[in-house]
Design a protein around this ligand. Structure first.
Ligand code: ASP
Length: 416
């Protein structure tokens, strides 16, 4: 962790001194991102199949029933927070409509399409494309199939089921070992990414949109350091321990600007924080794809910016509609760098605001994307932490002694 921070600080210094020339270091960062992405698909597949076999369908249903309301509620709050902060700071006052900044707005897919696409028409294609929700789906049904085989009355089936589970457990161990290796390289990767983005960020664009950037940072700070701690405290999770144990993931999200790229580190940090494998492996891949608290703040701040530039009065009705579309758009936002710009253009189109303004903010997106992604990943971890806590409370009522021993073990064996 200390090494990553040193890499980050060195990256800033190199970026500031050499400016755009620091771009020569960007392959170092690209290599880090590629390594992380390389491990995402096998990691999700192996760990989820093992998780399903270590828990029963009832438990998984219970976890899902807790995590989804949390995702939707915390995202809606984040859109509102973005709007409220921006209303105080007025980022659009004094700015003009950009003349030639254009952007293609993709059609917003319908809810039915989004749900249908979770079921892949070709398993291998979904893995090749990194469609995380489809991969989660395939991993879950494979996990259940193996679990049924293991519990079958037929000796042959039982044998195969146990063999497949053993194979998957070994595969999961392999991916974690590779991940540990990748993390050794993290400080250099982080240096490359930071030097490149700091070196290439024009200072002029930054000063003209300083209020917009300021509102975004303030919104994220409130979500991270007030709202998330309150949620954690409500569920009696130690805030200090949470942030110390998960800071590696938070920092990686900040520099990579990608929730998906950060996912392997997020899972590792969650285990490090004592969150059970079952909850971490099941909720975090889904969270990295659908839960975007930071992106939601992005949409809230962006809408106020655009409304102020064009002189559009945001009524209560309009704000409620924006919270709804903002929440849905953030579910649809991919966990990759810059994806929020597409989500924002969907929100703008539905609110009747000119999407050229999205282009205006694109110039500072590298700087804002960092904190939005950091907030996205922290939100996923907060969700996992509180669900884990409620799960442990349930278990404690049932099996006080066994559970205490188990959670201690997990905590020790998975420390980074
Ligand atoms: N970069 C963000 C993420 O990966 C998504 C966004 O652009 O809002 O979490």
């Amino acid at each position: 962790m200390l090494k990553i921070t040193v890499g980050f600080l060195l990256g800033i210094i190199i970026g500031l001194i050499f400016g755009p020339a620091a771009g020569v270091l960007s392959p170092l960062g690209d290599l880090f991102l590629r390594l992380l992405k390389m491990i995402v698909v096998p990691l999700i597949l192996f760990t989820l199949i093992v998780s399903v076999n270590n828990s029963n369908p009832k438990e998984l249903g219970r976890i899902g029933g807790k995590i989804f309301p949390y995702y939707l509620l915390s995202t809606a709050v984040a859109v509102f927070l973005g709007i409220a902060i921006a209303k105080l700071i007025n980022p659009g006052k004094g700015l003009k409509m950009p003349e030639n900044a254009t952007l293609d707005v993709p059609e917003a897919p319908s809810m039915i399409d989004v749900l249908l696409q979770i079921v892949p028409s070709n398993i291998f294609e979904s893995m090749a494309n990194g469609d995380i929700l489809s991969i989660v789906f395939v991993a879950l049904i494979t996990g259940f199939a193996i679990s049924f085989m293991r519990n079958s009355a037929e000796a042959q089936m039982k044998d195969w089921g146990n063999m497949l589970l053993k194979f998957t457990e070994a595969g999961s161990e392999v991916t974690f070992r590779i991940l540990n290796g990748i993390l050794q390289y993290a400080p250099i990767g982080v240096l490359g990414i930071t030097a490149n983005s700091i070196g290439n960020q024009g200072m002029e664009t930054l000063s003209s949109l300083a209020k917009y950037v300021g509102a975004s940072y303030l919104g994220v700070a409130i979500q991270m350091f007030i709202i998330f701690p309150i949620i954690l405290m409500l569920f009696r999770v130690s805030v200090v321990k949470f942030f110390t144990k998960t800071r590696e993931a938070i920092m990686t999200a900040f520099v990579t600007c990608s929730s998906l790229g950060t996912l392997p580190v997020t899972i590792k940090s969650a285990l490090n924080a004592g969150i059970s494998h079952r909850v971490a492996n099941f909720t975090l891949p889904i969270g990295a794809t659908v839960n975007m608290n930071g992106s939601a703040i992005h949409f809230g701040v962006g809408v106020v910016l655009a409304a102020e530039i064009v002189g559009y009065d945001l009524t209560i009705g309009a704000i409620v509609a924006i919270i709804l579309t903002g929440t849905l758009a953030s579910v649809g936002t991919a966990g990759v760098p810059g994806a929020g710009l597409i989500g924002m253009s969907i929100v703008f189109t539905q609110a009747g605001l000119p999407i050229e303004i999205v282009g205006l903010t694109a110039g500072v997106n590298v700087i804002t994307d960092m904190v939005f992604t950091m907030c996205n990943v922290t939100g996923d971890l907060v969700g996992a932490a509180i669900v884990d806590k409620t799960e442990k409370d349930v278990e404690e009522e049932d099996l006080p002694l066994q559970n205490a021993q188990e959670s201690n073990l997990q905590y020790d064996s998975k420390s980074i």
